[in-house]
Ligand binder design. Structure first.
Ligand SMILES: [Co+2]
Length: 230
């Protein structure tokens, strides 16, 4: 679907949400959802509906500009995400000079690709090797490098992951299906508002003949957080 098509759908949906917000009636909300189900596979969750209703009210009171909201949503839905981090990783794999710059000064090297931004102004890149496996967490909240990885997954924000990643990283990784041998050191990096981390995973076996863009396609979000390998 084109971007314009999405925007039209979004507008249509806002009208449905407005009905729900104004009436505060479960019947009105379920009608809005039924209407929406005709166009979309999944009806929105209750929280999504509340957000949309709030957006509608703010828009009607001229407190927010809906075109600005559309721009923000489009940015995080379509343009900012792990595909950006994957570009950084793939470039580091094929360009050893770039890799050296990336590990020396992540912020500058990611800036070379124009991939810095809000919630990712100061970046440190840590390299997985045969001896060291890196894992990123934010023990305090959910600091995460938005420009290179998009928005953090739910489990990253969970109190269980935040607490246990530091205390028992090997057990946590095992639960993600990743067995790290006892000989491999696990380094856990605690993100802050000032410093965000990106893991440079090891290039997978059998990827020797791939070009940079093919390599970018095999890099996963989880491998750049450190809960998976490639
Ligand atoms: Co945080």
């Amino acid at each position: 679907m084109s971007r314009d098509g999405q925007k039209i759908d979004r507008r249509k949906f806002l009208k449905g949400a407005a009905v729900g917000a104004a009436a505060v009636s479960s019947t009105a909300i379920s009608n809005a959802q039924d209407q929406e189900s005709a166009d979309h596979q999944h009806a929105p969750s209750d929280i999504a509906l509340r957000v949309k209703a709030l957006e509608t009210v703010l828009t009607e009171k001229n407190l927010v500009d809906p075109s600005v909201l559309d721009e923000v949503v489009d940015r995080y839905e379509n343009r900012i995400g792990p595909q950006n981090g994957a570009k950084v990783v793939a470039k580091a794999w094929v360009d050893s000079d770039y890799k050296a710059r990336l590990l020396d000064d992540g912020t500058a090297a990611i800036g070379e690709l124009d991939l810095l931004g809000t919630e990712g102004e100061h970046m440190v890149v840590v390299e997985n090797t045969a001896e060291v496996h890196n894992l990123v967490v934010c023990t305090l909240c959910s600091c995460y490098p938005w420009p290179t990885l998009g928005l953090p997954p739910t489990w990253y924000k969970s109190s269980a992951f935040r607490a246990r990643a530091v205390i028992e990283p090997r057990a946590v990784l095992r639960e993600f299906g990743l067995e790290v041998s006892d000989e491999t050191e696990i380094r856990v990096w605690d993100s802050t508002a000032e410093m965000r981390y990106l893991v440079l995973p090891r290039r997978p076996e059998g990827a020797e003949d791939m070009n940079e863009s093919e390599l970018a396609d095999v890099v996963t979000r989880d491998s750049m957080i450190g809960v998976a390998i490639l």
